[in-house]
Design a protein around this ligand. Structure first.
Ligand SMILES: Nc1ncnc2c1ncn2[C@@H]1O[C@H](COP(=O)(O)OP(=O)(O)OP(=O)(O)O)[C@@H](O)[C@H]1O
Ligand SMILES: [Mg+2]
Length: 217
């Protein structure tokens, strides 16, 4: 059996990640592909508990270093218990946020050295990388407006300064430019349907084309 494919969605607040994760998972399921839908921080019982510590409460609840470590701890638990086993049994994994969010928020946003983030990741979450990362791009005001219109208590990051979110969004764009093989930057200001169509075309071209399927087996 061939290994499952690992697809991550990244982007700032309210860019439409959770919406597009659901749509892509439905499209893959319709095609007969087994899919595990999951999210970060979270995805396991323990990592969801860490999520609650990260996404709620006062913005100053953690310093940048502790926040980084909590994300890495949650990711390790998630990768070991959910993502690796799913990929090994041939199930595709569609994940709402992954390492690029740590680079964007803790690196770009808070100024943690990228080398530190990459070292922690290499030590604690070795030998795993997304086959495809969709980076959803919307202007800050559009994203914050969309995110703000939802009623939820998971708003610790949302409440951080505007300049913080500008750096986060800029870092996501820089990641997509730096790694064009893995990443696809998608204009997410369009309708949900239009964004989903672009995402599906990308998945078809990069992961489902017969030539590539054979080459991966
Ligand atoms: N293309 C779109 N056009 C307009 N509204 C959208 C679009 N995609 C999603 N939305 C709406 O915007 C809000 C935020 O979308 P969603 O929760 O998918 O974003 P997100 O990137 O997961 O946000 P967060 O970073 O806060 O988790 C939701 O109310 C959703 O219905
Ligand atoms: Mg979301």
């Amino acid at each position: 059996m061939s290994r499952g494919r690992f697809i991550t969605f990244e982007g700032g607040e309210g860019s439409g990640k959770s919406t597009q994760v659901r749509r892509l998972a439905a499209a893959l399921t319709e095609r007969g592909i087994a899919v595990e839908v999951t999210r970060e921080p979270g995805g396991t019982q323990g990592a969801e508990m860490i999520r609650a510590l990260l996404v709620s409460g006062a913005t100053g609840r953690w310093d940048a270093e502790t926040e980084t470590l909590l994300h890495v701890a949650a990711r390790r638990d998630h990768v070991e218990k959910i993502i690796r086993p799913a990929l090994a049994r041939g199930t595709w994994v569609v994940c709402d946020r992954f390492i690029d969010s740590t680079v964007a928020y803790q690196g770009g946003g808070h100024g943690i050295a990228l080398e530190t983030i990459h070292q922690l990741h290499a030590l604690m979450v070795p030998d795993i990388a997304p086959d495809l990362t969709v980076v959803l791009d919307v202007p800050l005001d559009v994203g914050l407006e969309r995110a703000g219109s939802r009623a939820d208590t998971e708003n610790r990051y949302e409440q951080m300064a505007r300049a913080f979110h500008e750096r986060v969004n800029g870092t996501f764009r820089a990641i997509a430019e730096r790694e064009p093989e893995r990443c696809r930057l998608v204009d997410a200001t369009r309708t949900e349907e239009a964004v989903a169509a672009t995402v599906w075309r990308t998945v078809e071209t990069s992961l489902l084309e017969p030539g590539r399927e054979r080459a991966a087996q």
